[in-house]
Design a protein around this ligand. Structure first.
Ligand SMILES: [Fe+2]
Ligand SMILES: [Fe+2]
Length: 189
């Protein structure tokens, strides 16, 4: 009984904020909604990886494929379309993608039994968390305010199509074989 009572009040208290969140979500543009959905998917895979309850190899492949496709649509479609809004932030984003890609390559080459495996998962996760925070808190809201409704809708559509293609092809097909340059470098050419 005691537990029920203590659980009830936060639920009641959270009602207005969840309504507020739903209202806020309904105003998000197609690109923001798509990219944030993909961020949540990646966070879910990291959680599973860190729990150690599932086989690491398929989770790593899923993580790498999803991140490669996500980064590709940002690098090739979204960032070029929004660079004028904040060129410095977009250039920093390309660099963070490069580091995430290199970290992923190291992770894919590491056995889950290696003592460095968990540390490498954490390092890539933390890098991505920082990057996602900047996108969701800073870049995406500004893009949604500054780009027109039609431009955003068209952007969302081509990003969705491109994501499906890159996801299907997989991480190895999406990134250069060398560590000298990354898919972010190739996208900027
Ligand atoms: Fe990004
Ligand atoms: Fe992103």
């Amino acid at each position: 009984m005691k537990t029920k009572t203590t659980r009830k009040s936060p639920r009641v208290a959270s009602k207005p904020s969840s309504k507020k969140a739903a209202r806020k979500a309904s105003h998000k543009s197609a690109p923001t909604a798509l990219l944030e959905k993909q961020h949540r998917k990646v966070e879910g895979i990291f959680k599973k990886l860190e729990s150690g309850r599932s086989d690491a190899a398929p989770l790593l492949r899923e993580l790498a494929d999803n991140l490669a496709a996500h980064m590709a649509i940002e690098q090739e479609i979204y960032y070029p379309a929004v660079k004028k809004i904040d060129a410095d932030l977009v250039l920093e984003s390309y660099e963070e993608h490069s580091l995430a890609e290199l970290g992923l390559k190291r992770l894919l080459a590491t056995s889950p039994k290696d003592e460095a495996f968990e540390a490498r998962v954490t390092a890539v996760k933390e890098l991505i968390e920082h990057h996602v925070e900047e996108e969701e808190e800073d870049l995406f809201p500004r893009v949604d305010r500054k780009l027109g409704r039609e431009a955003l809708a068209a952007l969302g559509e081509s990003m969705e199509e491109c994501f499906a293609e890159v996801l299907e092809a997989g991480f190895r097909a999406a990134v250069p074989k060398t560590c000298e340059e990354t898919s972010a470098d190739v996208s900027k050419r």
